[in-house]
Design a protein around this ligand. Structure first.
Ligand SMILES: Nc1ncnc2c1ncn2[C@@H]1O[C@H](COP(=O)(O)OP(=O)(O)OP(=O)(O)O)[C@@H](O)[C@H]1O
Ligand SMILES: [Mg+2]
Length: 263
């Protein structure tokens, strides 16, 4: 990694988020800061609150208190598609692709969410729509190349392996032209080879595209390998935040994971 002359700026941050579902306290004053050009992993045992935190960042869950900031602006009140419009893009736990569409068509669905021209103005400004669509088609081809899907672009996604479908879903998230990418367990259910490929793409997203990534992932080897920083959550609370080397030797983290293994 290069050493930047100025300290890295904060891109997305959660400030003391509290989230309850009835009696369940999913997040108890959770804070997290994602800086530019970093891969920031969020780890913790099952049910710790990791997905809840990502859902608060992307706007799918509304915390009872606390704030979410993006490039310094408070975006707590914004609904998910407005946050997506600002460049906060995400992939979900499990598969979110359209199985009967091709890889290319799936990636293009990401663009359609971004189209500036609504239906009414589309009728008035047909030329603008055409220009916008052509630009999207070009960008989709760049994403297809970036994710090495050239040979698969016209393949029906439902016929693809799990790992490839997840790659197409990543393409859809990249089509939103993100300023930050949020990924919830992207490697769950993948083979070792598929995990290796995806880890390489995530590093390329940081280094080649300059996009920071927030990553929830259970595979510790991958997390330790590719993360710049790691936040550890246990029972809805942050118990540690630091570099992989710091987290590996953190007593609270070791205790949380050993506690989980004994249950
Ligand atoms: N929509 C919801 N309604 C009710 N309870 C929820 C909801 N979402 C999450 N929870 C609860 O909040 C707590 C944290 O769940 P969350 O899904 O955030 O955990 P997680 O760390 O992502 O777990 P996993 O590793 O299993 O994905 C759990 O007790 C869960 O049951
Ligand atoms: Mg989860």
């Amino acid at each position: 990694m290069h050493t930047p002359s100025a300290p890295a700026k904060d891109v997305l941050s959660a400030d003391r988020l509290c989230l309850r579902f009835g009696a369940v306290e999913a997040l108890k004053s959770v804070s997290l800061t994602v800086r530019e050009r970093e891969i920031h992993a969020v780890i913790g045992p099952n049910g710790a609150g990791k997905s809840s935190l990502l859902n608060c960042l992307s706007g799918f869950y509304k915390p009872q208190s606390g704030a979410v900031r993006f490039n310094g602006a408070d975006i707590s009140a914004l609904v998910p598609h407005k946050r997506a419009g600002l460049g906060i893009s995400r992939t979900f736990q499990g598969i979110q692709t359209y199985p009967s569409m091709t890889a290319r068509e799936n990636i293009l669905t990401g663009y359609h969410l971004r189209m500036k021209t609504g239906l009414f103005s589309a009728l008035l400004y047909w030329g603008r729509v055409r220009a916008e669509e052509e630009a999207f088609a070009r960008r989709a081809e760049e994403i297809i190349d970036f994710l090495e899907l050239e040979e698969r672009r016209h393949e029906i996604v439902g016929d693809m392996s799990y790992g490839l479908r997840k790659r197409v879903d990543l393409g859809r998230a990249l089509a939103l032209d993100p300023k930050i990418l949020i990924m919830d367990e992207p490697m769950a259910g993948m083979s070792a080879e598929e995990k290796g490929d995806l880890a390489r793409f995530i590093l390329d997203i940081r280094d080649g595209l300059g996009i920071p990534v927030v990553l929830v992932e259970h595979d510790m080897e991958v997390v330790m390998d590719i993360s710049d920083r790691i936040t550890v959550i246990d029972f809805g609370q942050v118990i540690a935040c630091g570099t992989p080397a710091e987290i590996r030797t953190n007593d609270a983290v070791i205790a949380a994971y050993l506690g989980g293994a004994q249950q």
